[in-house]
Design a protein around this ligand. Structure first.
Ligand SMILES: [Zn+2]
Length: 318
């Protein structure tokens, strides 16, 4: 590879902070690294995603202990991406890991490839990666929805359709109207679409919008507070998808357009609007590649391997 991926040069450590969003409901939020969450009730806790490595997960656990010392006994995975799930070993009190059936299938099919690929693409996010003990497997899965009751907390874990990945699910607290969206919603941060189902994503966003959430913890970026701001964030997430798909579609109208030509056209269109958004440069090659595949009728996103990353880079530099 003649040039490294955009984010391999990003070495700035982002300190996350704990934000209470409703009684005993917390987001652990950094500038734009992957967010996580924690909910307490009935003398125990649930973690929503567990960060990229045990060391990073421990940072979070030390901080949460200052405000609530109940053991975290359950862990919910919003989706299979390594940057969110490889910190499992730090959660020594967890007896049950939950995710959707779709996510479990993806861990089985491509979890190991994804781990290798993500570490190579974005090394800063995997501090002390050598402490990872292996893939994070669920103990319990659900097809569409499962409801947890922890003391007074009622927590819905729901797969509302594919989008960012095939298995995406959210944690929804109907009483507080707080939604942990995983990477299905981003706020002024680029979407990663390399494993996405772009057309279905738009439909899944409609179902999320219908919840009329008061607070959303997006995949990356600050907690979104207030119905108006939630609506704006969902609209801007949809707008990014529309611009990506529309740009690729237009560029593909040119007979025999190469991937490089399509990429250049989409990049020129999207960069004035999104160029300043975090991880835009990192995501855009993978996003264009997947959007072109989907528009050509390839239903399932191809697995990203070292060879495929290198091929993509080669094609875009030619
Ligand atoms: Zn993701």
């Amino acid at each position: 590879m003649s040039k490294p991926f955009a984010s391999s040069a990003d070495t700035h450590h982002q300190k996350a902070r704990l934000v209470e969003l409703a009684p005993d409901v917390y987001g652990y939020i950094s500038d734009f690294d992957p967010n996580t969450g924690m909910i307490f009730g009935g003398g125990e806790g649930l973690a929503i995603d567990c960060r990229a490595t045990p060391r990073l997960a421990n940072e979070m656990l030390i901080e949460i202990k200052q405000v609530n010392s109940a053991p975290i006994t359950r862990l919910f995975l919003t989706h299979y991406h390594a940057v969110r799930v490889m910190g499992r070993a730090a959660f020594t009190d967890v007896h049950t890991v939950l995710c959707s059936e779709g996510t479990r299938a993806l861990i089985d099919e491509r979890g190991a490839f994804d781990f290798e690929s993500e570490v190579r693409r974005f090394p800063r996010l995997f501090e002390a990666v050598e402490e990872v003990e292996g893939l994070t497997w669920p103990d319990q899965t659900f097809p569409q929805r499962t409801i947890l009751y922890m003391g007074d907390q009622e927590i819905h874990l729901e797969h509302l359709g594919s989008g960012h990945t095939r298995g995406d699910s959210v944690a929804w607290l109907p009483e507080h109207r707080v939604l942990f969206s995983g990477d299905l919603i981003e706020d002024r941060c680029a979407l990663y679409c390399g494993d996405a189902y772009l057309h279905e994503w738009r439909e899944t966003l409609e179902r999320l919008a219908a919840r009329n959430a008061r607070v959303v913890v997006p995949g990356r970026g600050d907690a979104i507070i207030g119905e108006e701001n939630v609506r704006k964030a969902i609209d801007s997430t949809r707008g990014f998808l529309d611009d990506l798909l529309g740009g690729c579609d237009r560029a593909m109208q040119k007979k025999d357009a190469t991937l490089k030509e399509i990429f250049d056209a989409v990049y020129a269109e999207m960069t004035p609007k999104y160029g300043e958004w975090p991880i835009y440069e990192h995501c855009i090659p993978f996003n264009v590649s997947r959007a072109v595949d989907e528009l050509k009728g390839l239903k399932e996103p191809s697995i990203w391997t070292a060879e495929r990353d290198a091929e993509l880079w080669e094609a875009l530099q030619s």
